[in-house]
Design a protein around this ligand. Structure first.
Ligand code: ADP
Ligand code: MG
Length: 292
C-alpha cells in the first residue's frame, strides 16, 4: 500500500503544479519549523523598474547612458530595468568594453574610455569609494520608499543614484499568514540592503529579515539557522540561491528558476503563486501520514 500512497500524493501534486521529487521531501516537510524566502523574484515579482534618478554633478541623461551601457551586459533584473529605460529614453547606447559582473554586488565596464561601476551600497563600501553626502542622502531617500538603490561611479567618482522598485507578489501576505497559522517562522533572505528588505517584510508580514547577504553566503545563512537547531525550508528561484536550496532540509524552487535550481530542490513549484509553498508542505505531510 505504501508505494501506492506515495504515487497518489505525487500525482495529486502534479495536478497542482507541485512536483515532489521523492520521499525525502515528505519527511522534511513534516520536520521543518522555519521557511526562508529569497526576496527578488521569489517574494517579489522580480520585474524591477526604474523608479527614480538622482544625478550628481552630471546631467540625468549621462547617468542613464553610463549605467545603461554597463548593465546592457548583465542579465540581472536590475540591469535589465536600467538598460531598457536608458534605451527607451536615449536610443542606442555606447558599447561597453571589459565587462565584469560581480554577483550580488553589481557590474563594471568601460564606457567611452571611462571606468564605470554600477552596484549597491555594499559594493561601493567594499571598493572604498568616497560617498558624497548628497549620494548617501539619495540612497536613504530611495530606501525610505522601499526602493532598491544602486550607485553609479565614473572613474571612481560617484555620479548618481538610481532607484529600482519591485512589487511583492499578491500571494505573499496570505502565504506568510498561512505559514504562521501552521506555527512556521518566516524569514526573508536577500542580497539587497536592509531598508528595502524591511519594506518587503512589512508588506508581507514576514517575521524576520536577513539582508546584505552575498550569493555565496546564502547557504551559510541556512547552515547557521540549522546550527541553532532549526529545520529549514528554503524557497528560491535558483538565481543566486541554488546552494541555499541544496543546504536546506527542504528546498522549494519556483519554476522560472534555472536547471541548477531544479537539481538542487526537493520540490519544484510550477505556478508563480506563493500559496503553492503552503500547499506543497500540507500535501507532503498528508501523503507521509498515509504512507505510515
Ligand atoms: P537578491 O538576494 O534579492 O535576489 P541579488 O543577490 O541578486 O539580490 O543582488 C543583491 C544586490 O546586489 C542588489 O540589491 C544590488 O544592490 C546589487 N546588484 C547585483 N547585481 C547588480 C547589477 N547588475 N547592477 C547593479 N546592482 C546589482
Ligand atoms: Mg533572487
Amino acid at each position: 500500500a505504501t508505494p501506492t500512497a506515495l504515487m497518489v500524493g505525487v500525482g495529486r501534486g502534479g495536478q497542482l503544479g507541485i512536483l515532489i521529487k521523492g520521499q525525502d521531501a515528505l519527511e522534511a516537510s513534516g520536520a521543518i519549523d522555519t521557511v526562508v524566502f529569497d526576496k527578488t523574484g521569489t517574494l517579489t515579482t522580480g520585474a524591477m523598474r526604474v523608479a527614480g534618478l538622482a544625478p550628481l554633478g552630471a546631467p540625468e541623461a549621462d547617468l542613464l547612458r553610463w549605467a545603461g551601457a554597463v548593465e546592457a551586459g548583465s542579465e540581472h533584473t536590475i540591469a535589465k530595468a536600467i538598460s531598457e529605460t536608458a534605451r527607451a529614453q536615449l536610443g542606442e547606447l555606447p558599447r561597453a568594453g571589459r565587462f565584469t559582473t560581480l554577483p550580488g554586488l553589481g557590474a563594471r565596464a568601460e564606457v567611452d574610455g571611462a571606468a564605470v561601476t554600477v552596484g549597491g551600497p555594499r559594493l561601493f563600501a567594499q571598493e572604498g569609494l568616497a560617498m558624497p553626502a548628497e549620494a548617501a542622502a539619495a540612497v536613504e531617500r530611495f530606501h525610505a520608499r522601499g526602493s532598491t538603490a544602486v550607485l553609479v561611479a565614473v572613474d571612481g567618482v560617484v555620479r548618481g543614484v538610481i532607484a529600482l522598485a519591485d512589487e511583492v507578489k499578491p500571494s505573499a501576505a496570505s502565504t506568510v499568514e498561512r505559514l504562521r497559522a501552521l506555527g512556521l517562522h518566516s524569514i526573508l533572505l536577500t542580497g539587497d540592503a536592509e531598508a528595502p528588505a524591511r519594506a518587503a517584510a512589512a508588506a508581507t508580514g514576514i517575521d524576520e529579515v536577513v539582508s546584505g547577504v552575498l550569493p555565496a553566503e546564502k547557504a551559510e545563512a541556512i547552515a547557521r539557522l540549522q546550527g541553532e537547531g532549526h529545520r529549514v525550508a528554503m524557497v528560491g528561484d535558483g538565481i543566486n540561491d541554488a546552494a541555499a536550496l541544496a543546504t536546506a532540509e527542504l528546498g522549494l524552487a519556483m519554476v522560472r528558476g534555472t536547471d541548477i535550481a531544479m537539481k538542487s530542490a526537493d520540490i519544484i513549484l510550477v505556478r508563480d503563486d506563493l500559496g503553492s509553498v503552503v500547499d506543497a508542505i500540507l500535501l507532503s505531510r498528508r501523503t507521509l501520514r498515509t504512507i505510515r
